[in-house]
Design a binder for this molecule. Structure first.
Ligand SMILES: *Cc1c(COP(=O)(O)O)cnc(C)c1O
Length: 236
């Protein structure tokens, strides 16, 4: 199947998941996750209607950036971000979805202030028991948000999570519903300077469960581009 056909199939599956949900999100944004994908194929996805792409690694984004046809396309950083790399992407991305510490938020604040911009961010939350994953623990989220609210060049727009791979659909749904409950809880608190519009959860293996449980931004790599081939992307 072509990338365009994969996009159409994913959109159909999103709509079907919405129709199964008791309280479906009105609009579900589809992000194409482009790690390890060649610029030419990313541009093919953009030509087929993708208007949101996500990259994990700063270096890879920089290596591909000039070859991407980004007119009308949002670029989000979705991978773990080291503080010393913020300066390289602050003027290149439209959102950072993977903020999980105050130290990182403060560095984004500093760099955004220099560029005279306000950087939209999501806070990455750690769900499930796996130890190795990134993200703030749910119990630490309210404190982090209160401190981030004080940073004038950061706009918190919601939450993101990458739960451990879960072969069992019902188990995946349970984690997603816990995450969505957390999202709603924070939203109900109406924290000053914090908006909860974006609930970013769901990847190729579990996006239907995520949509059924309230996700309004799903991040698809494999489902659009096929299995990843972990070769470094060469510069020009
Ligand atoms: C790689 C990645 C995805 C996409 O994963 P697939 O299973 O290929 O859809 C989504 N979100 C994040 C944060 C990722 O690193």
């Amino acid at each position: 199947m072509s990338i365009a056909e994969n996009i159409q199939a994913a959109q159909r599956r999103i709509r079907q998941a919405q129709s199964r949900s008791s309280s479906p999100p009105k609009e579900v944004r589809l992000m194409a996750v482009t790690k390890t994908v060649e610029p030419q194929r990313i541009n093919e996805a953009i030509a087929a209607g993708i208007n949101l792409i996500g990259e994990n690694r700063v270096q890879e984004l920089l290596a591909k950036y000039d070859r991407l046809h980004l007119d009308g396309v949002e670029v989000h950083l979705i991978g773990h971000l080291q503080r010393n790399k913020v300066k390289y992407i602050i003027d290149k991305v439209d959102m950072i979805q993977s903020v999980d510490s105050l130290a990182l938020a403060e560095e984004i604040e500093r760099r955004a202030a220099v560029c005279q911009k306000v950087m939209p961010v999501l806070v990455e939350v750690h769900m499930g028991n796996e130890e190795s994953k990134f993200g703030v623990e749910p119990q630490d989220l309210p404190d982090l948000l209160k401190q981030m609210a004080l940073l004038p060049h950061i706009a918190v727009r919601g939450l993101m999570t990458v739960p451990p791979p879960c072969p069992d659909h019902e188990q995946a749904k349970k984690l997603f519903s816990q995450f969505y409950a957390l999202f709603l809880d924070i939203r109900a608190q109406n924290l000053h300077n914090i908006s909860m519009e974006i609930c970013s959860m769901g990847m190729s293996g579990d996006f239907e469960a995520a949509v059924e449980e309230g996700s309004n931004l799903i991040r698809l790599g494999t489902a659009l581009f096929g299995a990843r081939n972990y070769q470094p992307i060469k510069g020009e």
